[in-house]
Every structure is written in C-alpha cells, then in structure tokens.
Design a protein around this ligand. Structure first.
Ligand code: GUN
Ligand code: FE
Length: 459
C-alpha cells in the first residue's frame, strides 16, 4: 500500500504520515513500513527491500489507512432489535425486548439468515475484530462462528451461559448441560480452518452472561474450565445498572462486590473482558487492575438504557486496559464510530462534574481524538489480549485495516478551508477528526483482515 497512513501509538498520540509504503507478507502480516517515500522512489524502495513483482495499491488523495476497529462487546442475536427499548432499564429491557428475540435463535435456519446479514453489516462498519455474544443455543452459535469464519472477520464467539433468573422459554436446563454445550462450542471453533496465516481468526470465549443469570454451580464449572486452560478468553457484564448491582449483591452475599463474584469463581484474569463497569466501587477498580482484566466501555448503551456514565478517564489514569464496545442492542448502532462519539460525549459529561480537580490527566478532561482512536484500536486489542497481533501497524502484526475515503459524503476536501489541501499531515489530522465525528460506512472503502479484503463500500 502506498499513501497516507494513520497509526495509533499511545493514549495521547498517533503517527500520521503521507507518502508511506507499507508492505505485506503473503500471510497477510505487515512486513515493513517506509515513510517519506516520494512517488518516483516507490519501485526502487520495493526492490531495495527484495520485493519483486509486488502489487502496489496506491491510495488516492482523500484516502488514508487506519487499523480496523475492535468491538470488544456486542450481541449478535440482538441486532434485529436495534433501536428498540429505550424506555426500559436493563432488567426490564432483558425481559421485554431481548430474551424474546434471542429465543428465536433456537432455529438454526433463522440464525443462518440473520447472522449472515448481521456479520456482513458489522464488517462494513469497519469492525475487523469483534467480541460476539451469541444466544444460549449451541447450534446457532456454531452457525455464527461458521459465518464469521467464512466472511473472514477476526472474532471471539461465545454462547451465553444462563441457567437462572431468565424466563422458562429462554434458560438452560442445568449447569451440566450449559458446561457441556460450552465445551462443544469451544471444540467446534478450534476445529475451524486457520487459513494460510496459520493463525485462527475465530476463537472461542467463555460467556457467563452475567452473575445474575448463572447459578453458583454453573460459575464453579466455568471457573474450573478456564483454570484448566489459561488461553481461554472470558467475557461478561459488570456493574452496569444500579438495580442489577443490588440484585447481584443479594444473590452473592458472601462476595464483597460485583467484581468479586467473578474473582471468587476464578473468572477474573488477564483475558477477561468486562462490559460496562459504570458504577464500580474503588475496591473493584483495584481488583480489576490487580487481575489485569480489561474493560469494554459501551457508552451508547450506557446512555440508551439509562445505566449511567462510566468514569473511563479514571480507569485510564489507573492504567486499566479499556476498549470500546457497541453493545448492540443496548447500544443502537453496530458501528464503533458511534461508540467513539458517545465516548467523547461521556467524557465531556464526566469532565463537567464538580469533583474533577482531584482526578488524574484523563479523569478530568474530555477524550482527545488520539485517545478515541486508541480506544477503538490498540485499547481494544489490549482488552482482547491481542495487542501483539492487531490494533496498530508494525512489522509482524496482522494487516487488519480500513481504507477510509473522506471524499464521499463529507464534501470536497479541497473546499474544507485554508489548510485542507489533502497532502500534508496536518490535513490528515483534519481528515481523521472528521471521519471519527461524522464519517459512516460510506467512508469505509475497504476492510482488510489478515491482509485479505473482506468488505467495504467500494466495489
Ligand atoms: N446484562 C446481561 N445481559 C445483557 C445484555 O444482553 N445486554 C446488556 N447491555 N447487559 C446485559
Ligand atoms: Fe452487553
């Protein structure tokens, strides 16, 4: 690829460079990156690096490459409900909106049709790595994993474990069947073809829905399962809504806090993804940090279901891993761009609170463009324990990337004002900012995972 590249570096910085040459290996990994290469030097630079017969994709003015987005939390079987239910808070929303829809995924044929469309839509929104909750069904969650695999997205796929506090029509029979189905799904996903890279794109993830929906024996089984296999990822919800927290504490009086429930059952560790974390107590923040678990910040959902405004700046100040989640259909958009915008608003609301003076550098101010880009990419990679593979461009990492084109639907960049010719890096800053705040699927021309094009708006 030859053109403009924007590469996240830290929570406060990214590198924007035009005239960049980025080379891929046949396996789809980044091989090397060369900056400041003039047009006339492209062929020579390729030859110097031993690239004979390389096919060069030359980006146009108004186009740039960024790492693909990482959605650290979404529910595939809730997509058909998108946009519905804002009149409810979490527990009533589950009963009235969510469980009835998820129950329909008992039908594998329905799941096949729905998931094909859903995964395609999420890919075209620019999500190259996605952490999916399926329904509780083994059959349809296998279907989801197969579809993700065949469409070429990188993902974690789990089936919900839920054997209590859910309606009869949508609850597992026993902790044993829940465990058995979980093991079968793990086996199925691990048997999928890894393709030419030798790296599995789809991985299993153990998914106790939340503490409320799992009996003690079920949590024990799942804790034993993950203890026997440290490579298994875990995803669940934590401290989303005040009524949920109160109910959780009443179910687990022996545990000091909501997060402590997961810790007591050996489910809180480096590869655990905790969604929401809106109302954590200080001891829980310390425990999560200690266990090196990651937080999926789902601001759209936190607003939509009236859950609250997560103090993400505080978590960043503490050095806790944070990524973004769409949490469809608690969140009403499958696009991480939407999560970015609501994360920005959430950070402004927190910064307007009167007590922010005592907080650290992230706790007391709005998230910058660099921070938002970081959360959507490298931050998410850390939360998924995949930072060695995705989230930014560097030699050896996978080429999971978006070609963004701001010429579509955002007006002509040449008319953006005095400083917005499209060549310089200052203009790249402008293009990035605009894309994050007002871009959409139309601006995501090409979506690549592991060097292979899997979607995007351009034909
Ligand atoms: N807690 C338990 N299940 C869910 C879910 O499906 N969505 C959200 N937002 N929170 C949950
Ligand atoms: Fe969720």
């Amino acid at each position: 690829f030859y053109g403009s590249v924007i590469n996240p570096e830290t929570l406060t910085s990214y590198k924007a460079s035009s005239n960049t040459l980025l080379a891929l290996s046949p396996q789809g990994n980044v091989e090397w990156i060369a900056h400041d290469i003039q047009d006339s030097m492209v062929q020579e630079t390729l030859l110097q690096n031993g690239c004979i017969d390389a096919e060069v994709v030359a980006l146009k003015e108004g186009q740039f490459i960024i790492p693909g987005f990482i959605d650290t939390h979404t529910h595939a079987p809730q997509l058909p409900n998108i946009g519905l239910g804002a009149q409810y808070e979490l527990l009533d929303w589950l009963d009235n909106i969510t469980f009835p829809m998820e129950a329909k995924f008992s039908d594998d044929k329905f799941a096949e049709a729905a998931y094909s469309e859903i995964v395609r839509r999420i890919i075209n929104a620019g999500t190259t790595t996605c952490c999916y909750y399926g329904s509780l069904h083994l059959g349809s969650t296998k279907v989801l994993a197969n579809i993700v695999q065949s469409l070429g997205q990188r993902a974690f796929v789990g089936k919900c474990n839920m054997d209590r506090n859910a309606p009869d029509y949508y609850r597992e029979d026993s902790p044993e069947t829940s465990l058995q189905d979980t093991k079968s799904l793990i086996e199925h996903i691990r048997s999928l073809d890894t393709g030419p890279s030798g790296i599995p794109l789809v991985r299993p993830i153990v998914t106790p829905r939340f503490a409320i929906s799992c009996s003690n024996p079920l949590l024990s089984h799942l804790g034993d399962l993950v203890s026997s296999d440290p490579s298994l990822h875990i995803q669940t919800h934590v401290s989303e809504n005040k009524s949920e927290i109160e109910f959780t504490k009443s179910l687990f009086p022996e545990c000091g806090s909501y997060a402590d429930v997961y810790d007591k059952f050996k489910l809180l560790r480096r590869n655990t993804i905790l969604a929401h974390a809106v109302h954590l107590e200080d001891e829980e923040v310390a425990l999560i940090k200690e266990r090196q678990a990651g937080i999926s910040h789902c601001p759209t959902s936190n607003f939509h279901l009236n859950s609250g405004v997560a103090p993400v700046g505080k978590y960043l100040d503490k050095g806790i891993k944070v990524g973004l989640g769409t949490d469809v259909s608690g969140g009403y958009s499958p696009s991480i761009l939407n999560a970015i915008r609501n994360a920005s608003i959430a950070s402004k609301i927190r910064a307007m609170q009167p007590d922010t003076g005592s907080l650290g550098p992230f706790g007391n101010k709005q998230l910058s463009v660099a921070s938002l880009l970081y959360l959507a990419t490298l931050g998410g990679a850390q939360v998924c324990d995949l930072e060695d593979r995705v989230g930014s461009f560097s030699p050896g990492k996978s080429f999971d990337a978006l070609v963004v084109d701001v010429r579509t639907s955002m007006g002509n960049p040449a008319l953006w004002g005095s400083d917005s010719g499209v060549a310089g890096t200052k203009d790249l800053d402008t293009m990035l900012e605009r894309f994050l705040y007002c871009g959409d699927d139309r601006n995501i021309s090409m979506v690549y995972v592991q060097g292979k094009r899997i979607g995007g708006a351009s034909r």
